[in-house]
Design a protein around this ligand. Structure first.
Ligand SMILES: [Zn+2]
Ligand SMILES: [Zn+2]
Length: 252
């Protein structure tokens, strides 16, 4: 038998504490998860109900309107090459995102990262950069949820993560209470980025990572800062994406 080292014992203690804090019930439907998977946070049924974002617009993957080009990404900087999301924001993925933001559950970030790695195509050789949260949010939460997702993606895709590559330059107010137009104005010029250099240059290829995509205004602002700093191939991935209104209404 392997001797139990202090580190392993500590890790098991952390797991046991987490199980106590997050009981073996699905975070979305409260169903008990299988005893064979005591660390699962979402049950198999809820996981299968997270609907994949299919293929639509070649740039942003949003469902295309019946006629004409994609309107969703029309206002974004042309420097954004491709944006992909793993799942639509439905009841199950919303539970995950909510607990990830307002609980202290780092494991949910790892699960979100795992779902992205499973459902989004490998972006090729590049550096991953999480969207930074404001200093105030970081103080309140103690972590950046986008960075936890990016770290898990970095591990699974074997790509480097550069968390300080993009920084916030102004204290934008919380996005959730604003209209789409106010959101765009609120985040513009809110970021600055480091130039690609040395071993961290990766041919100027960068993938922005975030938890949820709503209008794309935050990713757009972040991409503009990266383009200004000299990054030339800018992509983005998010765990979830807000469903378009027409989608709810059955228009598509
Ligand atoms: Zn469930
Ligand atoms: Zn588009």
């Amino acid at each position: 038998m392997m001797p139990v080292t202090g580190f392993e014992a500590l890790r098991e203690l952390v797991r046991a504490t987490e199980r106590f804090l997050l009981p073996n019930a699905c975070i979305s439907c409260d169903a008990l998860v299988s005893v064979r998977e005591p660390d699962a946070l979402v049950c198999g049924v809820c996981l299968s109900r997270m609907r994949a974002v299919g293929s639509g617009c070649s740039r942003c993957a949003q469902p295309l309107p019946p006629v004409g080009p994609c309107r969703f990404c029309a206002e974004w900087t042309e420097r954004i090459h491709e944006v992909r999301s793993a799942v639509w924001l439905g009841p199950e993925s919303r539970s995950l995102v909510h607990r990830l933001k307002y609980g202290h559950a780092r494991r949910l970030g790892n699960l979100a990262g795992q779902i992205v790695a499973d459902r989004v195509a490998f972006p090729g050789r590049c550096v991953l950069v999480p969207i930074p949260v404001s200093h105030r949010r970081l103080r309140e939460r103690g972590y950046n949820q986008a960075e936890i997702i990016a770290r898990e993606l970095s591990r699974r895709w074997r790509l480097p993560m550069w968390s300080g590559l993009v920084r916030r330059t102004s204290q934008a107010t919380s996005q959730t209470t604003l209209t789409p137009m106010a959101r765009a104005a609120n985040v513009s010029d809110a970021f600055s980025a480091e130039p690609p250099r040395g071993r961290q240059a990766h041919d100027g290829r960068v993938v922005i990572v975030d938890d949820v995509l709503t209008t794309g205004a935050t990713i757009d602002a972040c991409a503009r800062a990266l383009a200004d700093a000299g990054w030339n191939t800018i992509q983005a991935v998010t765990f979830a994406r807000a469903m378009p209104y027409e989608f709810h209404a059955g228009g598509y």
